[in-house]
Write a protein of this length. Structure first.
Lengths: 177, 177, 177, 177, 177, 177, 177, 177
């Protein structure tokens, strides 16, 4: 597994390397916030035994949150959840034929007893932020970074508002063409 | 596991005993055709280890086809398929909120490499018949029984046609009220 | 707000008292696991100011996870998430006309920056368990209780398996009629 | 805010500047009809306090109709509606994964008490026209302009009909290639 | 047409008397707020000429907003909109087979030029409130009544909150059984 | 086949006798208009040969329009269409799990070359009327009956309008309880 | 209107010239079969009066079948059907946001009394063929042409079968690249 | 028909040569595993008689599994299933307008009595693998090849895992651009 400098506490896994581009948004935001994380491929369907072993070893290595991305019959998040009591975040990856609706329903409609925290279709960034919020629930320093992130987000919007106010709709659109 | 008289060659499994009424249609049709079968509960989410073990032991005990029913985030058929090279038939069980669409998409949209033979929503009878067709592909006696079943089905329709022809729409509807 | 004996660390809120029956499943499971919680009504649409105030006061009172249930144009979970950096769990409540699909999409399709941890339609029990997993990520005693819950769940399934094995499909179905 | 020459009476807001191109159709049609308007960004999720303040100040500044565009978990129109008693028009902006169905359901399925006047997916032009009709309901001069717009629309169709009649299907298609 | 005491300024029409129960919610809320209104049946499909005449006469009689409810291939709101420049509010009525999705899409997906202000499926109450907001945009007394309605709504929620706070989840649910 | 007094010119067929209640609406309206018709069961799946033979014999016996009702994987209308050059009308019958959406798409999405005239889900009455319109296109007497039917339909609506006008919304609803 | 050499008996109309490319497939097939036809634009929304007049004049001029194409809130086919007793064929035109599902449901879900013969999304060719079948139901020469068309279609497939049989999958695919 | 060297035991058929590219994935995987197969075009709609004859002759020639691909109103798999007692695998081919949902529902929602083993939308590779599993259920040498295929699949994933572990997310993404 690729690891950040420190002992990773968030694991980002996905069913196939074709999901890596989408899922790398979770890596980016966690790196930005400063939460050590690791990324690897765990296929519920092609490597079912590894899924079980990885999940258990991850817990032992100190992982506190697992982010799992998958598309279509997206079984990875739910199956990982059934192998652990850690919070598992599911990212429905958009598919070629049904626009991600299949991924979403396969991940979110879990039976009572085995929860998966599902985020937006292709929403790996939100998965990273949700992991940070979970860590932050018992870690003030992370919560402060999240507050700062939120303020930055707000300021970015405020700058756009000012620019739009100053140059008007037409010029704003021309600028962003 | 509940077993028929002879060594079972078709296994009927489901995620929860709440699916048993729907899935018992597969048992009935297999019993009717005379294919030894066994029925048990295997939860992908609540008993993930058992799923793996059951699948492997089933193969060793001579099971040739596995029928798996599940609803919602219906992972059982796909996960069983990832643990075996036997043909796996998936029955999407109708759910309370999304009318079975979630079950259907979770089961049918499998990634390349791990097929699931999906049938109609709540279609356990068709799952049983499909299992019989698979057995029948290399067993003439079963294929003959399937031919007979088909003829019976046709004859049943022909009788209804004659009755409708004889008594007319109104009386036919009154009779079936 | 109704509170458990100890200082609540999980808040369960909903848009309307018509969602209370569904959401009470979260209360039950949290009580069962022993996590102090509080329950109240916060309408994003009818009491928008209260939503903001409640969210902020909740954080100050030591709440670590907020569970928000809503149906239709289900804005509560997302709006609460935009007022806090705590993890927010969204429960899509089933609606009269679109079977909960509207609630699900309104809650899960959040824009980058503001995550909501969405669970099953009407899945308040899973919301409670997810909250417990989040608390458990930094609280060994809760994690142990979750492990026990998981084992109990598994044992309950195992008992059903044995019963089905013993009495067979027909009698099992008769018993549960 | 960008303002037209006169005191604006219609406000066009959106959750993100990525919606500006779609929403600028509302600006165009209002300018064409001659209804003073202002355009700005108000994010329900990233700037929730501003949403509240903006809505209230807008009313005080004489705004009579608010047009709000948003995509995905599109909370802006409904939340603005909960902060005012002005008519609020919602424009569901088409999304990358679910073709705008998520935006539409998030905007239109409002609970009793808080209405949003929802228009076509990406239908900012219709939102502008609806705002004009609302203003026109108590302003004869605007209503006359709308009658003229309607006649122009009809005439434009009539010209196309004549052209098609004159040159035939094949040439008409060649001309518009 | 059934009329309120004063000259009606809002017209409530529907495609069939089977929609009357749903649509009567609009009548109730308008009566409550004190906006004179009239109710009648206008079928786009069965009485197309009347639709045209009614729409034109309505304008002449001083109607300012038209609320139109319809189900399935719900053409009434859009066709009425094409015969007038008044604001037209569409209420998608829930259908027997597709849960109101057909009604919703038939009403909301209008082409550029002919807007319909669509509300919630079966949302006649919101249609009445939207009509009131449109009237209120140029009538202070109505706007004040809407502010009062909003405060009442909020107070009703606050009372429920207090009750729930006082008696707890279990007793609250028992009371509302 | 059940036949009307005269030589039938419209055939009403369905995949199963469970569709007879829905399809009998087509019989009723054709009888009412006075178009001789016959009704029988033709299963595309259970009696495929009969489908072919029936279709061909029907043409020879003077049938001019075939109405075919089916649910789920509704192949009957399309397959009948592929065996004839007569106009074939398809009635999507509502199903237990997907609300008739499966029936509708299976019937309407025919490939280029083999048309099916699809009507409303469960819309057997409209199927009968469409058959009558097709017959009427070259039979003045039928067209006149259709004109009369249309006028009757309009008059029935007009009577309801008058009644509603006379007794008001409340009493009208009470009367129809 | 553009007319074929002889007096047209099929009219092809559409809501906008943007639908002309799709709808021209109906013109082509009718020309091919030799059925005189006319094509024009009739907007239910932008030219509602013309729709009424056109429909009536069409009947007087000897039109026997009307083909109407429309997208989104596709009211044209249903409204034309409400103005005539001729058979009306509806072509749902694919839309930018909902993939034609809105067009399909708006056209097919007509209320009892006013049928529309709906074909495939973008299925103008099938609409033309259905019109020909309707004409053919009382015109042997057209029916014979349809039989010939059917045989040609079959032969075209047979030729492809032979080619595939001769050159194999790989070469066939290379040839059609 | 194009045939492999040996007597084919799996038949791959499709409704149109436009489906050949998608369906050729089934040919490839069967060739790879070493199962003799044949490919041809059989249109349920354009060559209905041939469908019947082909199905029967296929059985006589020793075919054991039929794979049928079709799009839209995808009747081929179900109709072939109604003409045989062999296992029939249905491949829903993605369509231009409804993203393959129409194909999926037309194929999977078969009535009781006539099963179709449905796979992923455009999932011809899985169809080939399912056919191999069916053959393998009574042929050890095929089952061994399937076990090898499964191991290869797993090893391919393991190699990717190692590479990702070694070079990290950023370089991995750069490499695969």
């Amino acid at each position: 597994m690729e690891q950040s400098n420190n002992k990773p506490i968030v694991a980002i896994i996905m069913g196939s390397d074709s999901d890596l581009l989408v899922m790398s948004e979770a890596v980016k935001i966690l790196d930005e916030i400063g939460i050590p994380n690791e990324t690897t491929i765990v296929s519920a369907h092609r490597t079912p035994e590894r899924m079980n072993e990885y999940t258990k070893s991850a817990v032992n290595r100190g992982i506190k949150v697992i982010i799992a991305g998958a598309g279509g019959s997206a079984h990875l998040p739910g199956m990982v959840s059934s192998h652990t009591t850690l919070p598992v975040i599911g990212v429905p990856v958009k598919t070629k034929s049904l626009d991600g609706l299949d991924s979403l329903l396969s991940i979110v409609q879990m039976p009572p007893g085995i929860p998966v925290a599902t985020v937006t279709i292709n929403g790996a960034k939100n998965a990273g932020l949700l992991a940070a919020r979970i860590i932050g629930a018992s870690d003030k320093s992370i919560q402060e970074k999240l507050e700062k992130y939120k303020t930055d987000l707000k300021n970015m919007v405020m700058e756009k508002i000012e620019l739009l106010d100053k140059i008007g709709v037409k010029d704003y659109l021309d600028k962003n063409k």
